[in-house]
Design a protein around this ligand. Structure first.
Ligand code: ATP
Length: 362
């Protein structure tokens, strides 16, 4: 019993010491100790004891909560789709392949195929929060090999703007909730990191991809009008939008078809473009979405044109042959939302235990 009490006391002493050292990280705005990111991640259980980290993960929890709360209030049903997939998920190089009892399999790159299949199964509005796996070798401040996806899919009546309306209302409600109810957390984050207040409006700005390209052109930046924006041009456009429209949160839609996934619906008036959108927070992408192809013939045609092995997704393709709703949806990267909402310089600060191309522990 005495031994046990000693252990508890020792544990308390170590904890107090670590907390004291953590407080030295920042004292009245002065940086007293500098610890590199990698060391922080290795000793993560100690690192997250700082007031700023505690606040970041409480904000993350609130974002999780508000996502569910809002979508439930809008009639979305929570689903859980498999993360072990036969074939190669959505294809491409970013797939973690594995052996599934002697059969080739992989980890899901998103819940995309199954959330669409759930719509085919007459769940008119679905959402899922789950792990997303990407094997790409991206050594950047904003890419992980495993991150948390907040996904939604819904039947649409006429236009993909109905999906953008949901994103708009969801994020305006989320920002309002965080600003109103998480003052202490935001204050704690701002004591360690610069945190300018987020600028957003009641109705979110929507620009077409072409308008975005034109704004960049007028600022002297030439980009391929049918190519994707890279991180640098994305950030530049974010700065231009902030200057012109006074907002840190906006949507870009009508992307060139060639740079979107095979299941994206082409625009009816010009098949060079697609009924799709991305959403940006403080100049970086946090959401990708759009209308999906519900016609099985066109879907198979587009899959083939994009080099997908159609046999490996036959059960997905077949789902559309029994009658399918016109539908669309979106995928949010939770870790990115936390990073950008808190104005952090690295996604690893917004993720409790990091999985990137170099890190598989703790
Ligand atoms: P990016 O162009 O930034 O690599 P993406 O276009 O590949 O992103 P999607 O596949 O459309 O992204 O995924 C939807 C969302 O998931 C993104 O908007 C982003 O928030 C998040 N996301 C995508 N890839 C990653 C990653 N490797 N690590 C963390 N979050 C990611």
């Amino acid at each position: 019993m005495e031994e046990m009490t000693d252990k508890v006391h020792n544990h308390d002493r170590v904890r107090m010491l670590v907390q004291y050292i953590s407080c030295l990280f920042l004292q009245e705005g002065k940086q007293l100790v500098r610890v590199n990111q990698d060391t922080r991640l290795t000793y993560r259980v100690v690192d997250v004891r700082t007031p700023a980290s505690q606040a970041i993960f409480r904000l993350r929890s609130e974002i999780n909560y508000k996502f569910i709360d809002f979508l439930r209030s809008e009639g979305f049903v929570g689903i859980n789709t498999p993360k072990l997939m036969g074939g190669s998920s959505e294809g491409g190089a970013a797939v973690f392949r594995l052996d599934y009892k002697g059969k080739p399999a992989c980890l899901a790159q998103s819940p995309q195929l199954h959330k669409q299949m759930s719509i085919c199964g007459d769940f008119m509005r679905v959402y899922e929060i789950g792990p997303v796996f990407r094997a790409e070798d991206s050594y950047t401040h904003r890419h992980l090999c495993e991150f948390t996806g907040l996904d939604a899919e819904m039947v649409i009546r006429e236009h993909y703007s109905e999906v953008m309306d949901v994103v708009d209302k969801l994020f305006v409600a989320l920002f309002y909730h965080l600003t109103k109810n998480c003052k202490e957390e935001l204050e704690a984050v701002s004591r360690q990191f610069p945190l300018p207040p987020l600028k957003y409006s009641e109705v979110t700005l929507r620009l077409t991809f072409e308008e975005g390209v034109q704004m960049l052109k007028e600022a002297g930046i030439e980009v391929d009008p049918f190519g994707d924006l890279n991180t640098k041009t994305e950030k530049k456009l974010g700065a231009l939008v902030r200057e012109k429209y006074d907002t840190d949160f906006y949507m870009l839609h009508r992307y060139p078809l060639a740079i979107r996934p095979f299941y994206t619906m082409p625009c009816y008036d010009d098949p060079n473009y697609s009924n799709s959108f991305d959403v940006f927070l403080r100049g970086e992408e946090i959401i990708s979405g759009g209308q999906r192809i519900h016609d099985p013939v066109l879907l198979e045609e587009r899959a083939k044109a994009c080099g997908i092995d159609v046999d490996s997704i036959s059960s997905y393709l077949d789902s559309f042959k029994y009658g399918a709703w016109r539908h669309g949806g979106f995928g949010v990267g939770l870790d990115r939302v936390v990073m950008l909402f808190c104005n952090l310089d690295n996604i690893r600060k917004a993720t409790i235990f990091t999985r990137d191309p170099k890190r598989l522990a703790p």
